[in-house]
Ligand binder design. Structure first.
Ligand code: NI
Length: 241
């Protein structure tokens, strides 16, 4: 069930029996020379929508932009600064809380958003959102997805523009596999990095990954594994009732 395609009477009726609100969030940032710039939000949205269908829960339109200042040295990346992103999440989720939603699941596709998400959750509780629970689900870190990535790609998975997420983006956007030439990367760095530091350390925009292994066929598998993993995580979530 998608919020974007629902009418208000349908949402009113949904809220009589359920109060779950699934929000896909990601980023619009470079994903190496072969990965689509929308990878993070495209993946989060597809995983959330597939999970929402299985759970018969409402999935909100995705938040397509995120905290991505370290990617700004690569064309096409855009970013929201952490404090504003935190405030944006608070406004969005507090608005949904006022509508009667109580179980909030953020299906996230971008690790750079994490600190602001946690800060937003804290601020929402500071505001006194009684009876609400807020859960962050980083889809690629869910155990089933991490196991698939490890078994399929091993050390070539890396941590940005990974073959797992690029495969899913290829599947969603019907893109054929693209050749990728690995280049030497610098030693481990302390995070976060500035845009210039990131470009210097990781010249192609990938981080320890080999997106040349990505295929749409793997992506189809990733979508099934990841959406099932989100379903399991939501079904196992515990609340203070
Ligand atoms: Ni990504």
């Amino acid at each position: 069930m998608r919020l974007a395609a629902s009418t208000w009477p349908e949402v009113e009726s949904y809220l009589k029996n359920k109060n779950a609100f699934i929000l896909p969030i990601g980023s619009t940032e470079q994903h190496g020379p072969t990965g689509p710039i929308g990878t993070d939000y495209l993946c989060a949205d597809a995983v959330a929508r597939a999970a929402g269908e299985k759970l018969k829960m409402l999935v909100a339109p995705p938040l397509c932009y995120g905290v991505a200042s370290h990617h700004m040295g690569f064309s096409g990346s855009v970013t929201i600064k952490p404090s504003v992103y935190q405030a944006l999440l608070v406004e969005l989720l507090h608005g949904a809380y006022r509508q009667g939603f109580r179980r909030f699941y953020l299906v996230n596709g971008h690790g750079g958003n994490d600190p602001s998400i946690h800060a937003a959750f804290q601020e929402l509780k500071h505001l006194g959102t009684e009876g609400a629970s807020f859960e962050l689900l980083n889809w690629w870190k869910l155990p089933e997805v991490a196991a698939f990535a490890r078994e399929t790609f091993g050390n070539e998975e890396g941590s940005h523009a990974t073959p797992t997420e690029v495969s899913l983006a290829f599947h969603l956007e019907q893109i054929s596999p693209r050749a990728y030439q690995k280049v030497p990367e610098g030693p481990p760095f302390a995070w976060p990095l500035s845009a210039a530091e990131m470009r210097r350390a990781f010249p192609t925009g990938t981080i320890r990954s080999n997106p040349g292994l990505a295929t749409p066929e793997f992506g189809k598998q990733v979508l099934e594994i990841a959406s099932s993993a989100v379903v399991r995580a939501i079904e196992n979530a515990s609340f203070l009732d």
